[in-house]
Design a protein around this ligand. Structure first.
Ligand SMILES: Nc1ncnc2c1ncn2[C@@H]1O[C@H](COP(=O)(O)OP(=O)(O)O)[C@@H](O)[C@H]1O
Ligand SMILES: N[C@@H](CCOP(=O)(O)O)C(=O)O
Length: 300
């Protein structure tokens, strides 16, 4: 197709919840997926697994929904996906698809990038704002939503904070991990979560790892979800013994996140979990990552 319009959209992986901020807090990480949308005579999807190449591809369906909401006629696209994000879950791979589709629709079929509109549609499509908000805005983001409008506050993460993302070679589906949540919680638990969530945000902003270690103690979802990750306990023990300030289930798992004081500390933790002898895990995916101050970026 000559003169075909094209958008290349780059979206960071995200770690949602940050322990105590269930469905509210999320961090953008410096690991990015790239989605190339190019006008075409028919729908073509490549670069991803065969099972994601159909009309139900999440980036494509998100593109269509964003067009529908803008009252614009979608055009067929050739979509190429290049994603290093593991499919075992917990690093916001689905949010990269949703955000890419929505932003590409705004760029190619709408009036240009509109971050607030993208945040509202992406939250609706994903069902919670804690991945899509940092995927759009970068940094550490705290959000709340009334189901129509999402309000998101962005904070910088201190330079000294490094992360180790640890993905075991098995999947935990977000939908399944949401089913194990308690239906109701006590006032005591609510008080615990609010106080610890505010302190976690402050600790990550200031780089205070002692405060982080005390603050990152979730009682709302991790105790129930840890059971879905057979290697959670040995990995947690090993990471903390190697010096991690906090150890979290990233999103709904199965990926876990160790939060460390500096890159050197993070590398020590990465080596320790990679070299576990007693509970060695074949096929463990381990990366030392920083926070990405940038959210979605694009070229048209
Ligand atoms: N590289 C990819 N290409 C196509 N679709 C993808 C890709 N990565 C993720 N997805 C979509 O996102 C879904 C994973 O969502 P989910 O289980 O919530 O994982 P995560 O926790 O990483 O977001 C997949 O089933 C697929 O629909
Ligand atoms: N708040 C959600 C986050 C899910 O993140 P994902 O990366 O696992 O999709 C939850 O905890 O269910």
């Amino acid at each position: 197709m000559s003169g075909a319009r094209k958008a290349v959209v780059s979206v960071p992986a995200t770690s949602a919840n940050v322990g105590v901020g269930y469905d509210c807090l999320g961090i953008a990480l410096d690991l990015r997926a790239t989605f190339t949308f190019e006008e075409s005579d028919g729908l073509v999807i490549d670069g991803c697994l065969e099972k994601f190449r159909g009309e139900d591809n999440l980036a494509w369906t998100s593109y269509l929904e964003a067009c529908r909401r803008m009252y614009r006629e979608p055009r067929p696209m050739h979509l190429t996906i290049d994603s290093p994000i593991p499919l075992s879950g917990g690093l916001g791979s689905s949010s990269t698809c949703v955000v890419a589709g929505v932003v590409a629709a705004q760029l190619l079929n709408g009036d240009g990038f509109d971050p607030q509109a993208a945040l509202n549609v992406a939250t609706f499509l994903e069902g919670h704002p804690d991945n899509v908000a940092p995927a759009i805005m970068g940094g550490l983001v705290s959000s709340f939503s009334d189901g129509r409008d999402t309000r998101s506050l962005r904070f910088d993460v201190a330079d000294g904070i490094s992360f180790v993302a640890i993905a075991p070679p098995y999947e935990v589906r977000t939908a399944d991990a949401r089913k194990v949540m308690p239906e109701s919680v006590s006032t005591e638990t609510c008080v615990w979560q609010v106080g610890h969530a505010v302190a976690t945000v402050q600790a990550l902003q200031s780089g205070d790892c002692d405060l982080l270690a005390a603050a990152c103690q979730d009682r709302l979802h991790e105790p129930f979800r840890a059971r879905l990750i057979p290697d959670y306990e040995p990995l947690r023990r090993t990471a903390l013994a190697a010096g991690a300030a906090a150890f979290l289930i990233s999103g709904s798992g199965s990926t876990m996140l160790a939060v460390c004081d500096g890159d050197e500390g993070a590398r020590r933790v990465a080596n320790a979990v990679n070299n576990m002898v007693e509970n060695h895990i074949d096929g463990l995916w381990v990366r030392v990552l920083g926070c990405s101050p940038k959210g979605v970026t694009f070229e048209v």
